[in-house]
Design a protein around this ligand. Structure first.
Ligand code: FEO
Length: 398
């Protein structure tokens, strides 16, 4: 038997959290799990919005049975087909063969590949602004392609002004009984994880997120129910403002971070000298990140956060050090743009890395490399200190 949480007088939370998962999408490290949210509307017609990941399926089906109280499930709205939300669809339809699937046309096309079998359940295709009447609740649909997959749509409850936002406004982290934003600390750590989720999962798709935000602005939203993380029922603008900044690729903080690769600490020592020079000139909150020791998802989130970055890499097999190369490739893949960039290269045999790093940066958008580029030959020499000093001043003046 389970105890359910209501999100208002007739909508229930029927999701679950996986605290044992170490890598989301088998890629992103999790420190405190992740939640897969699903919602049940108890009206004249019963309705579920999205299912959950297979890891919490048992919990979901038990909660759904409790919420249904012996009734049939009339509608299953599928907003997003990624398996962390769709892996229980087939079983829902097996248990409730008369349930009508509510999807958009793109989702219907992709659904058959997901289900790996012919669909015998009724299916209702919806498009932008269509209305689904459940009784007290009237739902409408807003297409949100590429937030985060092409079939994504979000659902707006016209009765209670609730936005069911799919992956948008999600975050990493399990829910522990407290499912609302006002029941937990929405602090720096929360936004660090929310930013890491956004930038790595949806970061590439800033344009589509901006389109969704523009549509959302026209709605009197009282509550946001995402597919991961807490439900927002207070201070919605706090999170919406972050999404606006992130999706416009604008920095939150006018700060400097230094991301370095270093095999024998020589490049690291140059970065420390640069940090000291910046600090001597009054710069605060400088952060150094070893790209070999820090998962790239954290680096991407930090790069989105700040306006100025320094990249430092040794020559490795005539190219960029592999971990730095991986970071640059990820930056490109996630559409990083609008940064002021300092470069430090270290080449004991040949100075070729800064040029290669700059080529990667030039393939991004509006990445301004400031002069001078600091060139080390193994260790930091006196002339390198002068160049580091000039770089620190150039960064400050930007
Ligand atoms: Fe949480 Fe794009 O799936």
């Amino acid at each position: 038997m389970k105890v359910l949480r209501k999100i208002n007088k007739d909508i229930y939370y029927i999701g679950g959290s996986d605290l044992r998962l170490e890598l989301f999408e088998n890629l992103f490290p999790l420190t405190s799990g992740v939640s897969y949210n699903s919602y049940f509307i108890d009206d004249e017609k019963t309705c579920v919005l999205d299912t959950v990941d297979s890891s919490v399926a048992d919990c979901f089906f038990e909660e759904l049975d409790i919420a249904l109280k012996g009734r049939t499930l009339d509608y299953l709205i599928v907003q997003h087909l990624e398996p962390d939300h769709s892996s229980c669809i087939r079983k829902v339809l097996e248990k409730h063969p008369k349930t009508t699937l509510v999807v958009n046309a793109r989702c219907k096309d992709m659904l058959f590949a997901m289900l790996e079998q012919e669909l015998t359940s009724p299916i209702q295709i919806v498009k932008e602004n269509d209305i689904l009447k459940l009784g007290r609740h009237e739902l409408t649909f807003v297409m949100a392609p590429m937030v985060h997959w092409p079939e994504v749509m979000v659902t707006y409850d016209l009765t209670d002004n609730i936005l069911f936002s799919a992956d948008a406004f999600g975050t990493f982290g399990a829910l522990s009984g407290n499912i609302f934003n006002d029941e937990m600390p929405i602090d720096k750590e929360f936004f660090n994880e929310a930013r890491r989720y956004y930038t790595n999962i949806v970061g590439k798709f800033g344009g589509p997120v901006q389109k969704l935000l523009a549509k959302a602005k026209t709605l009197p939203i009282q509550m946001i129910c995402p597919l991961h993380g807490p439900i927002w029922r207070t201070n919605l603008e706090t999170f919406i403002e972050k999404y606006d900044l992130w999706s416009r690729y604008e920095a939150e903080d006018d700060e400097i971070i230094i991301l370095y690769a270093s095999m024998y600490n020589n490049t690291y020592y140059a970065c420390m000298d640069l940090a000291n020079l910046l600090a001597n000139q009054g710069i605060k909150n400088i952060k150094l990140y070893d790209v070999s020791k820090t998962d790239v998802s954290y680096l991407i989130a930090e790069i989105f956060r700040v306006r100025k970055i320094v990249l430092a890499s040794p020559n490795y097999n005539g190219g960029i050090y592999p971990k730095m190369l991986n970071l640059l490739e990820d930056m490109k893949a996630l559409s990083v743009k609008n940064k002021i960039v300092g470069l430090i290269e270290n080449g004991s045999w040949a100075l070729v890395v800064a040029k290669q790093m700059k080529e990667h940066l030039d393939a991004m958008g509006n990445m301004k490399v400031v002069e001078p580029i600091v060139q080390l030959k193994t260790t930091v020499k006196e002339e390198n200190i002068a160049a580091l000093e000039a770089l620190s001043t150039a960064l400050i003046n930007e």
